[in-house]
Design a protein around this ligand. Sequence first.
Ligand code: DHB
Length: 396
Amino acid sequence: MKNRFQPARRRVLQGAAGAAALGALPRFAFAQNAPVKIGLILPMTGPFASTGRQITAACRLYMAQHGDSVAGRKVELIIRDDTGLAPETTKRIAQEMVVQDKVTVLAGFGLTPLAFAAAPVATEAKVPMIVMAAGTQVIPQRSPFIVRSGFTLPQNTAPVALWASQNNLKRVFTLVTDYAPGLDSEKTFLTRFKEAGGTIVESVRTPLRNPDYAPFLQRAKDSKADALFVFVPSGEGLALMKQFDERGLKQAGMRIIGPGDVVDDDILVSIGAPAVSVITSMHYSAAHDSPENKTYVAAMMKANPGMRPNFHSVGGFDGMHLIYEAVKKAPGGTGEQLVNAMKGMKWTSPRGPMSIDPATRDVVQTVYLRETRMVNGEPWNIEFAKFENVGPGGQI
Ligand code: DHB
C-alpha cells in the first residue's frame, strides 16, 4: 500500500514546486484568502478579570475602528478565559487554539507565568504570540515567536527610582508581589535607587494568591521610611491602597511610589482620595494629553460605559495594530514572516510614540512620571515629566 502511494505523492510535490517556480502558489493563494484568526487567551474571570475585560474591549474597539478585515482577509477574534491562575490551563488552551482553531496568531497573556506556559506552544507551532499584558523582561526570550505590545517592569520602574533619589526620599521600604514581575521591579528599584545614593530600609514580598497586605503595611509603618515602593499586578492596588489608608500610613507622612500598576485607571475611581499624591512611572495614563488618546478614551468609554481604559487596554489595542500591519506587510505570510514584519515597526499609540525593537521583539516607548491628583472630583494620573525611547531594560 505504502509503496503504491509514494509516486503519486512525489508527483504532487513536484507539481507544487513547479508552481512555486512560476510564482503561482496555490497554498499561498489559499492563505491570502483565509481568515486571520486571533486566539486571545485572557483572564476573563477570577482576581485578574479586569485585565481580560480591558484587553478584549480594546481589541474590539480596534476592529470597530479599522474594520473586520485586513488585506482582503476576514479577521476573527476567538476569546478564551484562562482564569488567570493556572499555567497548565493557558498552555492547554493555546494548544487547542493551534490544533483545532488553527489560529494565525496567539495573543493576550494576562500574567507572566501564563505567558511562560504558552511560549513553547508558539515555538513548536511557529505561530506569532503577542504578549499584551505580562511584563517580566525575559518573556520574549522564551520564544522567537513572541512580540510584546505592552510594557516591561524595568521600563516602568527606572524613572520613579530616579525621581525618588532626586526628590529627597532617602529611606525607602519596598513591597512587591512575590513572582517574576515583582522581582524584576524590586531589582530595578533597588539597583537604581542605591546607585543614586538612597537607602533601602527593608524589602518584603507578598503572595500572588489571596494576599493580606495588613501585616506588611504595619511593618512598613513601623520602619518610619520616607516612602513605600509598591508593585502589585493590575487590580490589586484597590486592596493595597485601602489598607494603606486604613492603617494611617499617609497621615504618618509616608508616600507611595512605584510603577503605575498600583493606581491602575481601571480601579482609580474606586480607590478615590487615598490615591492622591501617589507618584508613579508608567507608559500609559488615561489622562495622557494627545489627540490620539482623547479619541481613544472617548471611544472606549462610549463602548464600555463606566470603564476607564487602563494600561493593559493599550497593550491590546496596540497588539491589534501590530497584527493588522504585519498582515498588510506580509499577506498570507507564515508565522515567521509575520514576526519579521513586526520587528522594527513604529507608530503613534494612544500612549504616545512606540516601536518594536527588532533585536529583542520588545517594546520601546516613552515612560512618564505622574502624580495622582483630583481633577473635577475624580482622581487621574497626571503626567509631569517623560523619558523617551525607553527600552525593555529600563535604561534612562
Ligand atoms: C503582570 C501583570 C499585571 O497585571 C501587571 O500589572 C504587571 C505585570 C505580569 O504578570 O507580568
